[in-house]
Ligand binder design. Structure first.
Ligand code: V47
Ligand code: SF4
Length: 396
């Protein structure tokens, strides 16, 4: 029997362990699915070491020590937005659009060209919802990107942006997704999910696409063979059961389509937004959340920590609480987090730094593409060699 499994078995024999937690532990041990009640109970009653040991067992069953990252860059076409999410530190209301930025197609192509000699595999396009930036505008942009660099994977647009574009074009989601896919869109990022339950959604982001609309757009993408990610904005006014409800809706859709790659919990940051009075979660809460997510989301292959948001040391810590992916090297044009008060005011890391960060906690760094094909295994690479330590994705 492997040692991790044996140590969890030992943990479950502790006579002081609550019987209901022992039952959950046994489910994990014997690969049974957790119920919603189990999820809430873990949040309420499990100690961090207990939840972490179980989550680490699942992580290592799935991926061993492998920890993925990718090389990508971001394009944020605009920060002008017709919506007014209360947690958003980034956008400018459409009525005040002269205070924001709007990039032209030409300016965005310049960003793409800046990476011509960089071994990036993905561009992540995400921004506010600007009425002028409609389907035609983005289909034209994607065709130009693909003509310039056919191998670059385009991960872009949340259901918030897509729902708005499709409604403006007066077409159903299925048709809209097909057209965007044909124009070059390869996969969807996880944003815009926030907390699905209407009780919370009504209070923090009342006017944008609802849970059903978000899930329907991802389902439409999955039916076309596209993959996508899912996020959850946690640590604000939601209760534990809202988190579990959110994860259950995602788990149900994943049972149906199998199209999700990665679940990405996003820690709420409270700087410069209308929810600044809400305290942020503690690191202990954050690690517990990752652990419960790994245990509950049993059909999601990957759990990702977004390091620009958590900070480097906390991102390292997540690797012991179920996480097997710490996103990518990232350029300094990504503003959504630095504006919300993330640990990282200048979120860029070289490949060498990222690899070292992973190795420091005895995990195996593996560069992946968006679909988790292995680009390069760095576990045996000496990062002191000059050609491996070049900065990647660092903007200018
Ligand atoms: O949906 C906005 C979040 C998301 C705040 O798919 C905030 O690979 C915390 O989804 N505090 C957009 N979070 C970014 C996103 C993402 C990021 C990285 C990788 C991927 C992926 C997706 O940012 C929004 C919202 O949930 N957000 N404001 C804030 N104050
Ligand atoms: Fe707009 Fe997105 Fe900010 Fe909401 S989170 S206001 S949809 S940019």
């Amino acid at each position: 029997m492997d040692t991790k499994q044996a140590s969890v078995e030992k943990l479950l024999q502790n006579p002081l362990l609550l019987p209901e937690l022992r039952k959950i532990g046994e489910k994990v041990l014997y690969k049974e699915r957790l119920s919603e009640d189990d999820g809430v109970l873990l949040f309420e009653k499990a100690s961090l070491p207990f939840a972490g040991a179980l989550a680490n067992l699942v992580r290592e069953r799935l991926h061993g020590d492998v920890t993925y990252f990718n090389r990508n860059f971001h394009i944020e076409p605009t920060n002008v937005c017709v919506f007014s999410c209360k947690f958003c530190s980034y956008s400018k209301l459409y009525a005040k659009r002269e205070e924001g930025w709007e990039l032209s197609t030409e300016q965005m192509m310049h960003i793409v060209q800046r990476y011509d000699n960089e071994p990036v595999t993905e561009v992540h396009i995400v921004g506010g919802v600007h009425p002028k930036m409609n389907m035609q505008f983005f289909m034209d942009l994607m065709r130009k990107i693909k003509a310039h660099r056919p191998g670059l994977h385009i991960k872009g647009y949340t259901p918030v942006e897509l729902d708005y574009m499709f409604r403006k074009a007066k077409i159903p989601a299925e048709e809209g997704m097909k057209l965007m896919h044909e124009a070059g869109l390869d996969s969807l990022p996880g944003g815009g999910a926030e907390i699905f339950h209407p009780e919370i959604r009504k209070q923090i982001c009342d006017d944008k696409v609802d849970a059903e609309g978000w899930l329907h757009i991802h389902e439409s993408a999955h039916k076309l063979g596209m993959h996508s990610n899912a996020t959850m904005l946690y640590g604000h006014i939601e209760q534990y059961w809202h988190r579990v409800d959110h994860m259950k809706r995602l788990r149900d859709l994943q049972d149906k389509t199998g199209g999700f790659n990665t679940f990405i919990p996003l820690k709420f940051r409270n700087q410069d937004n209308e929810m600044s009075h809400v305290a942020e979660s503690s690191v202990i809460e954050d690690m517990k959340l990752y652990a419960v997510a790994r245990l509950f989301m049993d059909n999601f292959p990957h759990l990702k920590a977004y390091w620009p948001m958590l900070g480097r040391q906390n991102a390292q810590l997540t690797l012991s609480f179920g996480v097997n992916d710490i996103d990518g090297t990232i350029d300094d044009t990504t503003k959504i987090y630095s504006m919300a008060g993330s640990e990282e005011q200048n979120p860029s890391m070289t490949t060498a730094e990222l690899v070292t960060l992973i190795k420091q906690v005895k995990r195996k760094p593996v560069e992946r593409d968006t679909l988790y094909n292995v680009v390069k295994d760095y576990s045996a690479v000496n990062m002191d060699e000059p050609e491996e330590s070049a900065a990647v994705g660092s903007g200018d």
